[in-house]
Write a protein that binds this ligand. Structure first.
Ligand code: GLA
Length: 392
């Protein structure tokens, strides 16, 4: 924080206004992938890897954005937040501020300096973390904060809207929710159709979570993510028409419903997508149940099934993620593995015996590198708190 403050003053100069610090974490999703936008259950946890911003009012109508790892100043006027869509960097922040204003916040001109340690493009929700950092900061510094305060779930919804409208990714609510509502040492069981949730203590006993970064960047915006959303919308129409139902979400169907409909559905990709979504949603229920009963072996097995379904039915893995998964599953001490996040690159999450961590990193690292030519990165996954102000 002291370094960030110094850099802030170097960039923006001295002022009588106070510099404040805000932070919001990235997330790992343990199970429940590509179901949030189908009204399903997800089970993410906030990381201690996070985005941080130093922020200060500047007594103007302009929001200035900088980052400690980027050259240049990115600015937009509060009276024309839409122009923020065209920023080379800063569109998430502009989107959040746009929607805060629409929500009645009297946002004031301010200077931001962002920092953080979430590897970008690694499937750990660096964008949601930036959105939520911006949201808590801009709301806290707004003219009518005393009257409005903030509700973290509302800020998560604002972050999601920013992503839809300012970056063109039609994402679900999981990432922003986890970043906003994370709790140290707990995962979050979230029902994305109602936003009801509970924190579940992550008691992993003699095991720990390791993130294995394929170091192949995903490109959500340009990728097949939005296409998957279209496919599952078509899947919902098919399921309703075959079963004569009128359900709002694909996750309202059970495995039995799917089995009834299966033979009557064309055996194509849409059917595979539907099957993944319905079964993945059930996997979340089972996974949380076995975890609460302390059956980590069963939990790990469900994670592996989840990966196979994302690979074979939902087709969002790819060579690097599948290689990382395969070598992890063959490595001693690893009882569960799967890709986490949107896919097409990014990280896997692995459940590894604490005593086997070093060997896991070395063995998986070497095997992955020899098969892909890419040097991967590993992080021991500590579960932290959600979006907040850091008091100095
Ligand atoms: C991305 C999206 C989330 C979710 C995951 C897949 O992270 O932002 O909303 O759909 O992919 O589970």
């Amino acid at each position: 924080m002291t370094d960030l403050k110094e850099l802030f003053i170097k960039y923006y100069g001295e002022s009588s206004e106070e510099i404040r610090f805000f932070t919001s974490p990235g997330r790992v999703n343990l199970i429940g992938e590509h179901v949030d936008y189908c009204g399903g259950l997800v089970f993410p946890a906030a990381l201690t890897l996070s985005s941080v911003a130093a922020v200060r009012l500047n007594n103007s109508d302009v929001v200035n954005l900088r980052a400690d790892d980027l050259d240049g100043l990115y600015s937009f006027n509060l009276n024309n937040t839409e122009a923020g869509k065209d920023l080379k960097w800063g569109n998430y922040q502009a989107g959040v501020i746009h929607w805060l204003k629409e929500n009645g916040y009297k946002v004031r001109g301010m200077d931001f300096l962002f920092s953080g340690n979430i590897p970008f493009g690694s499937g750990l929700s660096s964008s949601a973390a930036i959105e939520l950092t911006t949201a808590v900061a801009a709301a806290s510094l707004s003219e009518n904060f005393d009257e409005k305060g903030y509700d973290l779930i509302n800020l998560a919804l604002i972050g999601q809207k920013a992503e839809h409208t300012f970056s063109g990714v039609n994402c679900g609510i999981m990432d922003q929710f986890a970043s906003a509502m994370g709790k140290k040492d707990n995962a979050i069981l979230l029902d994305c159709s109602t936003l009801s949730y509970k924190h579940v203590p992550l008691n992993l006993g003699e095991y720990t979570l390791i993130l294995a970064n394929t170091c192949k960047k995903h490109a959500l915006g340009a990728s097949a993510y939005n296409k998957r959303r279209e496919e599952v919308s078509e899947g919902l129409i098919r399921m309703n028409s075959i079963l004569g139902t009128d359900k709002d979400n694909l996750c309202d169907f059970t495995e039995d419903d799917y089995l009834k409909a299966e033979a009557l559905m064309a055996a194509d990709k849409i059917r595979d997508r539907v099957k993944h979504v319905i079964y993945e949603n059930q996997r979340v229920k089972k996974a949380v149940e076995v975890l609460e009963n302390g059956d980590l072996l069963a939990f790990g097995e469900i994670l592996r099934e989840g990966h196979a379904s994302l690979r074979d039915l939902y087709e969002v893995t790819g060579f690097e993620l599948d290689t990382m998964f395969d070598v992890a599953c063959q490595t001693e001490g690893c009882i569960g593995s799967r890709m986490t996040g949107g896919g097409f690159g990014g990280c896997t999450v692995n459940i590894v015996k604490k005593s086997a961590v070093e060997n896991f990193i070395e063995t998986v690292g070497n095997a992955y590198k020899s098969k892909t030519g890419i040097t991967p990165a590993f992080y021991v996954c500590d579960i932290g708190d959600g979006a907040r102000e850091i008091k100095m």
